[in-house]
Design a protein around this ligand. Structure first.
Ligand code: NAD
Length: 253
């Protein structure tokens, strides 16, 4: 098993992409620390995945103390952190730039940008000291281009690429690799919010039209994104750091 006894922290582990990534890592023998807002949702994930040796930690990634706590709890239980999937994120309330409130803007910045930063800051300390580790941050296609109604989200996802490249440079030579993934539309609860903004009536026809605009003619499955995360986390990607990977069915938005 490729990840036998590897210690993996996943944030947003109760969500679509996080859960599928947990599933694939678990199949490959990893020990998981699952992090999300609601601990009971994580216990349901652990039970669905039939995990035996795991941590389920309810934490808000926008709170630095809570991030420090889950990093420390993982280190205390398993003695090390091999892989970190820094994935929790929100899309926030979609609105055009002239309409978005400072409060809504800050909310997205706090979770997506500060949350990813806190995770990097505290996990890097552990990994740089142990002189090994791999981190994958979840950016987005919207980290590479803009999107109507998604100013805050797009700004945070661009910011995650900056954090990724800086963390990779600061970790080079210390055995730690840091990369970002940039998915476009993925079948998870988050996609409903985008569809609703684009067409409030949200019919099956609207979804079909949206999917037809993608060269591969469909949204991604969470598992397809998870496969990329496992590749970047593995030794097969030993010469890859500071890179961002599009996974978008050929979209050129
Ligand atoms: P999702 O909503 O299913 O999962 C996100 C998870 O993050 C949820 O379980 C949620 O509870 C958790 N979360 C939210 N705020 C948190 C906080 N403050 N602290 C801890 N956990 C928190 O959506 P998803 O599609 O699985 O999203 C995962 C990541 O992928 C996100 O960063 C998202 O921006 C990114 N992404 C998603 C898509 C898509 O189309 N679904 C596309 C590109 C990027």
């Amino acid at each position: 098993m490729e990840f036998a006894d590897k210690v993996v922290i996943i944030t947003g582990a109760a969500g679509g992409i996080g859960k599928e990534t947990a599933r694939l890592f678990a199949k490959q023998g990893a020990k998981l620390a699952l992090v999300d807002l609601d601990q009971s949702a994580l216990e349901s994930v652990a039970s669905e995945l039939e995990l035996e040796d795991y941590l389920a930690i309810g934490a808000d990634v926008s709170n630095e103390n809570q991030v420090m706590n889950f990093v420390q709890a993982t280190k205390e239980k398993y003695g090390r952190i091999d892989i970190f999937f820094n994935n929790a994120g929100i899309i926030g309330k979609l609105a055009r730039m002239t309409e978005i409130t400072a409060e809504n803007f800050d909310k997205v910045i706090n979770v997506n940008l500060k949350g990813v930063f806190y995770g990097l800051k505290h996990v890097l300390k552990v990994m740089q000291e142990q002189k090994s580790g791999s981190i994958v941050n979840t950016s987005s296609g919207l980290g590479l281009h803009g999107g109507v109604g998604q100013a805050a989200y797009s700004a945070t996802k661009h910011g995650i690429i900056g954090l990724t490249k800086t963390a990779a440079l600061e970790s080079a030579g210390l055995g730690v690799r840091v990369n970002a993934i940039c998915p476009s539309a993925v079948y998870t609860p988050m996609i409903n919010i985008i569809e609703e903004f684009r067409s409030p009536e949200r019919t099956e026809k609207h979804r079909e039209q949206a999917e037809q605009r993608i060269p591969l003619k469909r949204y991604a499955k969470p598992q397809e994104v998870a496969e990329l995360v496992l590749f970047l986390s593995s030794d097969k990607a030993s010469f890859i750091t500071g890179s961002e990977y599009k996974i978008d069915g050929g979209s050129r938005a």
